[in-house]
Design a protein around this ligand. Structure first.
Ligand code: UD1
Ligand code: CA
Length: 447
């Protein structure tokens, strides 16, 4: 049976005090609306419908093809917002799941439970509740003597006795679709001038129909974001969730409180993540690695048994058994083959370091191909940029580049060649040749 989700994302989010629409603020570097979409997609069979209003264009641009959009021109309440999806969904979907884009921690599992519970319900709707000491302005759940839900009372309309109720409305529901469209048309205008989706409960109860409720065990899921303080709470909750899932898979996090792992990062077993480490984007790390402390890795592929200490890596690839740092930097296009050693204050960009290359100290390697087992002496620079073009340097196998060598590209250095300390190399050097000086000149054949 077709189940479609409606994601409410029209609110202005005034209290965020931001030019960015609220639902585009990131949690663990993904916009809140992304989290809401992920969860909704898990629980439903059709493409979600997103109700947009404030900042509609920006939200649409970001979400793209992942949802169908309906625009709520005037913010007349949650009931009115859901009603905007009626013309798109009526007669098409048997069940409708409603959630908000500003609840990024609500999981797909929880939404699936809502859908499953409603499928078994004789009545028209199932809702989600939490038990909490801090009501955070949520609607209070009034239960009948038999335990069924009797009403949701919004905080503004609640009596003192109702305000004391600890069971709260999370704001996620699964409805029988046909019933929902009829009910929405009957919702009265509230004193605040809004149509409350929560009034569907009273309509069902008046008609003698059962309203089911499931109660969240983990209240963290119900964190809704209205302010930057809530945003930081959501961030902490999501980060802790991600960290725990990695620890359960066999990854050691020495200090989860200072470990920041992105939503899409994969890590192999027995890797140890040291404190103050950020793993971001499409990053994949092998097993048995030691990463950090003080390391930022973005969009990288890292093999097994690598050691990365206090370094910054972006869009780089490391094969197995690479060790680097402290204070190494890999920029996009860096490729370090098996067993490469890169020490302190080195930078590599758009270059391949082949198996066993050693580059211990203070070097810049850009637009280069460094042959297997070459040794790059301290302070070596590929002078790859002539002001207009990036030029290429090719260095052969078993080459020994002396300390402080300037390699003025384009340049080719043959296998087993050597340069003396301080050489400024402007011409190609043949294999098995020693070159020295400024500019460097070949002085003798080595073999
Ligand atoms: C709503 C519930 C409340 C629940 C709380 C949980 C109602 C009347 N009340 O209250 O019981 O405890 O959520 O967070 O539903 N939205 C629109 N268009 C509108 C109004 C709202 O798209 O015209 C969207 C908002 O962007 C937001 C969601 O609906 O994503 C909830 O709206 P909000 O104004 O935050 O509702 P609350 O008053 O917090
Ligand atoms: Ca809210």
């Amino acid at each position: 049976m077709k189940t479609t989700s409606i994601i409410l994302a029209a609110g202005q989010g005034t209290r965020m005090k931001s030019d960015l629409p609220k639902v585009l603020h990131p949690v663990c570097r993904k916009p809140m609306v992304w989290h809401a979409l992920q969860a909704a997609q898990t629980a439903t069979t059709e493409k979600p419908v997103m109700v947009v209003g404030h900042g509609a264009e920006q939200v649409r641009d970001l979400v793209g093809d992942a949802a169908n959009f309906v625009v709520q021109e005037e913010r007349l309440g949650t009931g009115h917002a859901v009603q905007q999806a009626e013309s798109t969904l009526k007669g098409d979907s048997a069940f409708v799941l409603v959630s908000s884009a500003d609840m990024p921690l609500l999981t797909g599992d929880t939404l699936s439970k809502l859908v499953e519970t409603q499928k078994a319900n004789t009545g028209p709707m199932t809702m989600l509740t939490i038990i909490a000491e801090d009501p955070r302005g949520f609607g209070r759940i009034v239960r009948a003597n038999d335990g069924s839900v009797k009403a949701i009372v919004e905080e503004a309309d609640a009596t003192e006795a109702e305000k004391a109720i600890k069971e709260l409305n999370v704001g996620a529901y699964c409805f029988d679709a046909d019933w929902l469209w009829d009910a929405l048309a009957q919702i009265p205008l509230s004193a605040k001038g809004e149509y409350y989706l929560t009034d569907t409960v009273a309509l069902a109860v008046e008609a003698g129909l059962r309203v089911e409720a499931i109660t969240l065990e983990d209240a963290v899921e119900a964190i809704g974001v209205n302010t930057r303080i809530h945003l930081s709470e959501a961030e902490a909750g999501m980060r802790s969730r991600v960290n725990r899932s990695h620890m359960l898979k066999g990854i050691t996090l020495i200090d989860p409180a200072s470990t920041y792992i992105g939503m899409d990062v994969e890590i192999g077993q027995d890797t140890v993540i040291q404190p103050n480490t950020f793993l971001r984007g499409e990053t994949k790390i092998g097993s048995g690695c030691e990463i950090g402390p003080n390391t930022i890795i973005t969009d990288c592929q890292i093999g097994d048994r690598c050691e990365i200490l206090s370094s910054v890596l972006e869009k780089a690839i490391l094969e197995d058994d690479v060790d680097m740092g402290p204070f190494a930097r890999l920029r996009p296009g860096a490729y370090l083959s098996k067993g490469v050693h890169m020490g302190n204050f080195g930078e590599v960009k758009d270059s391949v370091l082949r198996e066993g290359v050693k580059m211990g100290h203070f070097s810049y390697i850009g637009n280069a191909d460094i042959g297997a087992n070459a040794n790059i002496g301290a302070g070596t620079i590929t002078c790859n940029y002539d002001g207009k073009n990036k030029n290429h340097t090719k260095i052969g196998e078993d080459v020994f580049i002396g300390s402080d060598t300037m390699l003025v590209a384009p340049l080719e250095i043959g296998d087993r060649a050597r340069t003396g300390a301080g050489a400024v190399v402007t011409k190609n050097i043949k294999e098995d040749t020693l070159a020295v000086g400024m500019p460097a000149r070949a002085i003798k054949k080595l073999k």
